[in-house]
Design a protein around this ligand. Structure first.
Ligand SMILES: Cc1cc2nc3c(=O)[nH]c(=O)nc-3n(C[C@H](O)[C@H](O)[C@H](O)COP(=O)(O)OP(=O)(O)OC[C@H]3O[C@@H](n4cnc5c(N)ncnc54)[C@H](O)[C@@H]3O)c2cc1C
Length: 320
């Protein structure tokens, strides 16, 4: 059976959810062979094996942490040459897309970015993309070389599928370009203690209706009562009320949680593009004509300053 190379996104050996989703998709196409690089690479093996990786190629070297993406591209290319896979799958983060693009140029292959689904086809994997703020769905396949495809988070379920996950050390020779861009400082983002937005099972978002940074506390309180991540519309982000890293939508992050609660958000197409695949959508808006209500499973027409604190209180009461 053909082997499918899967680039692993992990933090010190803890595999991030989008990589586990990639393994689900990779299993539709062939046998997943994972490539884990950097500190803790070997610690990824158990989780990758549990989700279907037949082999786990690992490499660690100071270059992965000290320089930007090129050392990782060198390593992924080494894995590509060692395995001769039928396709290479990479998570669609900013770094993942840069790594994938550089690899595709080096190996003379076509690339598809931001796929939201993948299926096996007679002439290679067929990727689904969502275009123009989700107004169109396209299907494409790479027609030259080995398909290199980046896949957005939440595009597939995480499925247990135990496999051998045999750990092998990957031999990497760094190219002359590897040390071209050095990391000079790192400042970790202050942890909020909340789940990562793109991986959260519940997201509570606030928009222009929240009417000020100081009022986002009520959105955070609801999120915390539910163990949720906090999202924001672009209007709220542009007003400086919440960080850009929390923006949901076409130019922000795509989320697909079990539950999405939109408060004071009108439901512009660019916002919908980032959340409309959520399983259950709830909106709180004082305008009964707001377009978000076309999309929801449950809608509350009301002032969020009345509704959200009551909802938070109710959740807390039921949990205690
Ligand atoms: C190229 C491009 C890319 C974009 N990308 C994004 C993106 O990634 N994400 C994104 O979100 N937007 C994006 N936008 C912007 C988008 O078009 C909208 O302008 C934006 O989503 C509006 O944000 P909002 O719903 O918070 O604000 P508004 O549209 O102003 O809606 C505010 C809503 O709050 C309600 N409200 C007000 N007060 C209360 C209250 N007290 N209680 C309850 N409800 C209340 C109002 O009835 C209204 O429906 C993009 C636009 C462009 C052109």
């Amino acid at each position: 059976m053909a082997e499918i190379l899967v680039y692993v996104d992990h933090v010190d050996g803890a595999v991030r959810k989008p990589t586990l989703e990639l393994l689900t998709l990779a299993r539709r196409l062939g046998e997943p062979v994972a490539v884990a690089l950097g500190n803790g690479a070997a610690d990824t093996a158990a989780s990758l094996a549990e989700h279907g990786a037949t082999r786990v190629l690992t490499a660690d070297a100071p270059e992965f942490a000290e320089y930007l993406v090129v050392p990782k591209v060198d390593a992924l290319q080494a894995a590509y040459e060692a395995v001769s896979p039928a396709a290479v799958l990479v998570p669609s983060s900013a770094e993942g897309k840069e790594i994938a693009a550089r690899l595709a140029v080096r190996i003379g292959s076509g690339i598809i970015t931001d796929a939201v689904d993948l299926e096996a086809g007679d002439e290679g994997p067929v990727a689904t993309q969502s275009a123009f703020a989700a107004s169109f769905t396209t299907k494409s396949r790479v027609s030259k070389g080995t398909p290199v495809i980046t896949v957005k988070p939440n595009s597939a379920p995480v499925e247990a599928a135990p496999a051998a996950g045999a750990v092998e050390t990957l031999a990497v020779t760094f190219s002359a370009q590897a040390t071209g861009t050095k990391v000079t400082a790192r400042t970790p983002r202050e942890s909020t203690g909340r789940p990562e937005l793109t991986e959260a099972a519940i997201v509570v978002s606030g928009g222009r209706g929240v009417n000020g940074a100081e009022n986002f506390g009520i959105i955070e309180a609801l999120a915390d009562s539910l163990g949720a991540a906090v999202g924001a519309s672009r209007a709220a982000v542009d007003a400086g009320w919440y960080p850009h890293s929390n923006q949901v939508g076409q130019t922000g992050k795509s989320v697909s949680p079990q539950l999405y609660i939109a408060s004071g958000i009108s439901g512009a197409i660019q916002h919908r593009a980032g959340m409309q695949t959520s399983k259950t959508i709830v909106a709180i808006n004082k305008d009964a004509e707001a377009p978000i209500f076309d999309l929801v499973d449950y809608g509350v027409v009301g002032d969020l300053f009345d509704v959200v604190p009551q909802l938070t209180e109710e959740v807390r009461t039921r949990k205690s």
